[in-house]
Design a protein around this ligand. Sequence first.
Ligand code: NAG
Ligand code: NAG
Ligand code: NAG
Ligand code: NAG
Ligand code: NAG
Ligand code: NAG
Length: 272
Amino acid sequence: MESIMNNIMIASFTLWALYTECLSVRFQVSSTPSVSVALGSDVLLPCTLTPEKNGEKMEIRWFKKIYRPYVHLYINGKDDYTAQMPQFANRTELLKENITRGDFPLMIRNVTAQDSGEYHCYVESSDHHSMAAVQLQVTAVGTVPVISITNDNVSCESRDWNPKPHLTWTDNEGNEINSSVVEVLRDENNLYYIISIIQQPSASNITCTVSNSINHCSDTRQIRGLEHSQTSRGTHSHVYVIGASFLLIFCICLLLRSLANGTPHTEAHSPV
Ligand SMILES: *[C@@H]1O[C@H](CO)[C@@H](O)[C@H](O)[C@H]1NC(C)=O
Ligand SMILES: *[C@@H]1O[C@H](CO)[C@@H](O)[C@H](O)[C@H]1NC(C)=O
Ligand SMILES: *[C@@H]1O[C@H](CO)[C@@H](O)[C@H](O)[C@H]1NC(C)=O
Ligand SMILES: *[C@@H]1O[C@H](CO)[C@@H](O)[C@H](O)[C@H]1NC(C)=O
Ligand SMILES: *[C@@H]1O[C@H](CO)[C@@H](O)[C@H](O)[C@H]1NC(C)=O
Ligand SMILES: *[C@@H]1O[C@H](CO)[C@@H](O)[C@H](O)[C@H]1NC(C)=O
């Protein structure tokens, strides 16, 4: 009985030893699902090893779509910029303060809209490797929208948005106006430009609101002024119609008078 117990004990110890041996080699890389940062600021992309492990002797590679050129590479105990994506030149730093505890976030300075996207932190030791992904979202609240009124159309435009914005028109009561044309374009900096043109609505005030997942901006314009000019144009034509009618009546009167006067004349003349 005692020998059986001994055997079980020995087997358990062996398994435990194997398990810890396994753990000493294996590690898992983790980050965070997503990070959001305002255009032009600095961002930290986390990357940690579990269980805690010294990363000083490991290869730490941050890359986007492809392994090389990379965003940042730390190899053989130092940073290697030889095949870095030009877009990240002088903007990345692997923070090594806690690298011996398996924590080495990547700092990206002055982020641009192009920096948005999925990043991978790939870590390789002499006998194991693992990888984690993090989504970087660079946000930008665009310019205050500007409403312009031209003849029969009202347009609204705004630029420098990220992520993609949408645009709504509302009337005095806050009811949405169906806008027929909305165009969204991307500029050379990968930021969004949005424009919408609608026919002049019947509402006296009109509001254009541009918004995305992080913020919104709007502009309101009074378009009653234009309605006034239209009604005054209408009043003018009324004046013309009334004027023309008076003239016609006046002419008819003259004609009738001359006809009425003419009869006695002919009568007066006929005896001659
Ligand atoms: C990066 O910095 C170096 C020296 O500080 C400079 O010569 C180089 O032009 C910079 N590159 C970019 C893309 O800013
Ligand atoms: C290193 O770890 C300490 C303690 O957790 C923390 O205060 C510090 O911010 C870390 N440094 C970096 C660069 O992450
Ligand atoms: C940040 O980048 C923009 C262009 O992407 C540049 O115009 C600006 O000078 C940079 N700012 C800093 C502080 O480096
Ligand atoms: C603007 O209004 C004119 C009529 O004045 C129309 O012909 C034109 O198609 C409108 N433009 C747009 C972009 O809706
Ligand atoms: C239209 O806007 C003007 C000023 O912007 C405001 O005084 C007026 O009350 C608004 N009219 C309506 C019907 O909302
Ligand atoms: C907006 O207009 C389009 C066609 O001009 C129509 O198909 C659609 O149903 C309208 N939507 C609303 C909310 O009125």
